[in-house]
Design a protein around this ligand. Sequence first.
Ligand code: GNR
Ligand code: NI
Length: 169
Amino acid sequence: MALLNILCYPDPRLYTIARSVAEVTPEIITLIDDMIETMYDSNGIGLAATQVDVHQRIIVIDVSDNRESPIVLINPEIVWAHPDRVKGDEGCLSVPNTYDSIERALEIKVAAMDKTGQTREIHAKELLAVCVQHEMDHLEGKVFVDYLSTLKRNRIKTKMLKLQREQSR
Ligand code: GNR
Ligand code: NI
């Protein structure tokens, strides 16, 4: 197993649209295992392949308290979304120390392949629903700060670039 490097906003590679996975190969399984390890090591509740610079439609999530129940979603598709939207604070491993309120569908049903290549449907609500929508945005090259005002986003961009400059010195 290996820890993967997480891209930081505003890295342009975060804006890549991920491609569908045709088949769950041993390489994909290794990637998934490394993504799960990286998510736990970073104390995140989710990670999209986009964030580790792999542009394939793969997401890992664990919103459980014990952090030993990872969910793997390959080629996820929202098949139903509750018409109501709710606001909740979000953060992102690619935008450290930045949190803001984002509107998401209250509940969703998502069809996706699991690690064994089987297609399953999950009914997500509360934090899981938020996380799935956040991760699916990453696969579309979208980061949560893209929903904020230009003013807020530019402030975050400046803060992140300054931090990255300091870290590279
Ligand atoms: O760890 C994470 N926490 C989180 C909190 C609220 C809404 C979304 C998230 S996802 C984030 C991990 C991450 O960046 N996934 O892409
Ligand atoms: Ni994120």
